[in-house]
Design a protein around this ligand. Sequence first.
Ligand SMILES: [Zn+2]
Length: 112
Amino acid sequence: MFWQASLYLAHQAPWFWPLVGALLGGVLGSFFACAAHRLPRGLSLRQPPSHCPKCKTILQPPDLIPIFSYLFLKARCRHCQAPIPPQTLAIELATTATGAILAYVVVKALLG
Ligand SMILES: [Zn+2]
């Protein structure tokens, strides 16, 4: 059932799975950017939740949307205007594109 629905979607809406791959890639990229900031500093990946390293404000959902939050906030913290490193955007863009391409390739391979 799920497999048939997936194939039906791949045929009827060829953009669907690459979009899903892009969204998952973006979320993964956001995590990677967080890890790239925290791990070298010996900080936990679990606690505290996503926050501004300067003003310590816990980020709310609108500030956590990969790529878009960076662009809408013009690379600055909403609360203290501290700059957000451009590596964050680069990582999120790279993983979003990788997710979309990977999903496209996998669907193409499965459909022949
Ligand atoms: Zn801040």
